[in-house]
Design a protein around this ligand. Sequence first.
Ligand SMILES: [Zn+2]
Length: 82
Amino acid sequence: METTTIECPKCGSARQERQTRLFLFLFLLGGGSCLIWLGLIMWPAMIAAISMILISPVVFVMPKAYKCLDCNHGWAEKQEWR
Ligand SMILES: [Zn+2]
């Protein structure tokens, strides 16, 4: 298996962290669940809740996102199929 070094497109630094998509997924799902209860009192919250839950699986289709630890530049990985 070949490991490729990912470099920051802005400053060329090899120090970066992968943005975790699971956190975003749980945030959307958890936030949506809480808003559903709020939606019983205020109906606009229900619309927000349903849309948050509906878009949460989209997080897993998005390309991997990285953030540079040196210059704070954020970018998405290009999907290359070889
Ligand atoms: Zn950078």
